[in-house]
Design a binder for this molecule. Structure first.
Ligand code: GRF
Length: 184
């Protein structure tokens, strides 16, 4: 399993911990980042996980594929990965790439909908619930089939930050649970 991220790595940590406890039948075979200085990469280094940093640019797809093959990766989990995966990577892992989105797709997804933008949109729309969605990844942002969703209330007086914190707790349960469902 590979976790592609440039975020703080809290979902990576939740997945790794669930694997270590035997709750997910897999292991994090490689952590792939787009930059050395992300929180996720720093945490992975401290945890002793195999890491590779593949910077986007010329030959990004083939370089990524090469790293994934060398680590014998068979599933890809994205968390906080803000770009579209190169087509050759999607083709090499058909229906084996997952992402987590911090809202109830198909609402509040798509290009530019990441981080606090998502929670701001949920509040601006006056939703009374939000949550997270683990879904298969396609060549379009946030459009693949959902694997599971978890829900939480939106409270009057919520800020994007308070809502994000509530959703993040769910994310850490949802990603391992989605992996349990697909890895059998
Ligand atoms: C999560 O909120 C996830 O839903 C979104 O990016 C964030 C990554 O957070 N796609 P982390 O790096 O896993 O802490």
């Amino acid at each position: 399993m590979f976790v592609g991220t440039r975020g703080r790595g809290s979902n990576l940590r939740a997945i790794h911990d669930a694997c270590s406890r035997g709750e997910v039948p897999g292991r994090v075979a490689l952590v792939v980042g787009t930059r050395q200085d992300s929180g996720a990469i720093e945490w992975a280094r401290e945890a002793g996980l195999p890491i590779v940093v593949v910077e986007p640019g010329e030959g990004y797809g083939p370089r990524l594929l090469d790293a994934l093959k060398q680590a014998s990766v068979d599933w890809i989990c994205l968390a906080g990965y803000l770009r579209l995966l190169p087509a050759e990577v999607l083709q090499a892992f058909p229906n084996r790439v997952l992402n987590i989105h911090p809202a109830l797709l198909p609402k509040h997804g798509g290009k530019g909908m990441y981080g606090m933008h998502v929670h701001e949109a949920v509040l601006a729309a006056g939703e009374d619930e939000s949550g997270c969605t683990v879904h298969y990844v396609t060549e379009h942002y946030d459009e693949g089939a959902p694997i599971l969703q978890m829900r939480c209330p939106v409270f009057p007086g919520d800020t994007p930050e308070s809502l994000a914190a509530r959703v993040l707790v769910l994310e850490h349960q949802a990603y391992p649970e989605a992996l349990r469902r697909v890895l059998h």
